[in-house]
Design a protein around this ligand. Structure first.
Ligand code: FAQ
Length: 309
């Protein structure tokens, strides 16, 4: 059997492709693109909430938020490792991110002016991440699929902490309730955009589905997220800012309005409210950490030389 035929057979039988297996160049490139974008999203995604660590309203909230943001760093490192199994170089991926040559999720380019944003990020953004990532646990590339299993468990904890935070605020004062509603109004549409452009305008979906890297289309997952979130919003007592949102008995799911796709394009292309700030901060952190990388390399070289003696 040719290498291509073996690869096709593995995909057809829903088995996993492993790092040492032969794979088409396009498959490798698509995975590096998606996994790197995913890793960058986790790392940049630490910033919007990270801004609240020093201002969290209690020690308990601070400890929870610190743990969540640390988890995100862990997810990023896990994902960079998965990209390395495909031959990507981590330092090069970071250079591409801070040079604006690789993308990260549009959602992290929006500001977090109130503490309710921390709750809404957990509820919406981690909720959307779970919808998108649970199917990726069955992705055809072994190291990516296995990384997703652990990441999804942690995202699920993140989602619950966000929802619990919002439940607490909704039981509080009128001012707290309106902070929650305001955050919901600002994050709803950008959260729907996390799933990517509509299927009619998604150049990568067909091939990624054929390779079983993606298991569902962008629109299918967006629909799943809306259906999951509507009853949670009702229970919480907030209004989702979409006048077209209603149950469709005919389709057996919710109808909803159309996100502003021009806004998604602008944010992806670097012109969102916080793109410049996020990248500048990442660049500063990278440059500020250069001495740590140099010291670690010098130490490793010394240990290796000692071991050779
Ligand atoms: N933002 O053809 P498609 C998280 C790009 S992790 C920016 O549909 P594809 C955890 C896309 O890359 C969130 N760019 O592409 C957390 C492509 O670029 P190209 C990240 C976007 O890959 C929570 C082009 O547009 N999750 O939240 C976006 O088939 C809380 C055309 O699009 C993942 O990365 C976007 N929203 O589908 C952390 C999950 N949408 O070809 C902190 C894995 C599309 O020009 C706090 N990724 N693009 O280079 C995926 O599932 C897929 O890559 C999609 C896009 C669904 C994101």
């Amino acid at each position: 059997m040719s290498l291509q035929a073996q690869f096709d057979d593995t995909i057809r039988r829903d088995h996993r492709i492993e790092p040492r297996d032969w794979m088409p160049e396009g498959y490798r490139k698509t995975l590096i693109r998606q996994i790197a974008q995913h890793a960058h999203s986790e790392i940049i995604g630490m910033q919007p909430e990270g801004e609240w660590i020093t201002r969290a309203p209690s020690l308990r909230r601070k400890a929870i938020l610190l743990a969540k943001v640390q988890d995100e760093a862990g997810h990023g490192l896990y994902l960079y490792s998965a990209a390395e199994t495909l031959g990507a170089d981590r330092a090069d991926l970071t250079e591409r991110l801070i040079g604006g040559r690789q993308k990260y999720s549009s959602i992290f380019n929006y500001p977090t002016p109130s503490f309710a944003d921390v709750g809404v990020i957990g509820w919406f953004v981690d909720g959307a991440a779970i919808c998108n990532q649970v199917p990726l646990c069955r992705s055809s590339y072994g190291p990516y699929a296995r990384a997703m299993v652990r990441i999804c468990k942690e995202e699920s904890f993140h989602q619950r902490q966000g929802y619990e935070l919002l439940l607490t605020m909704m039981r509080g004062t009128e001012a707290q309730r309106s902070m929650v509603q305001d955050a919901v109004d600002r994050w709803w549409w950008p959260s729907l955009m996390m799933f990517g452009p509509p299927d009619t305008d998604s150049p990568n979906t067909a091939q990624s589905m054929a390779w079983r890297i993606k298991r569902h289309t962008n629109d299918e997952l967006r629909q799943r997220f809306v259906d999951m979130t509507v009853p949670q919003a009702e229970f919480l007592g907030v209004t989702l800012p979409d006048p077209e949102l209603r149950w469709s008995a005919e389709r057996g799911c919710h109808d909803f309005g159309t996100p502003d796709w021009a806004e998604l394009r602008r944010v992806i292309d670097g012109d969102g409210p916080c793109n410049a700030e996020r990248i500048a901060r990442r660049r500063d952190a990278h440059e500020g950490g250069a001495w740590v990388r140099e010291a670690a390399s010098a130490h490793a070289a010394k240990r290796a030389a000692q071991a050779e003696r």
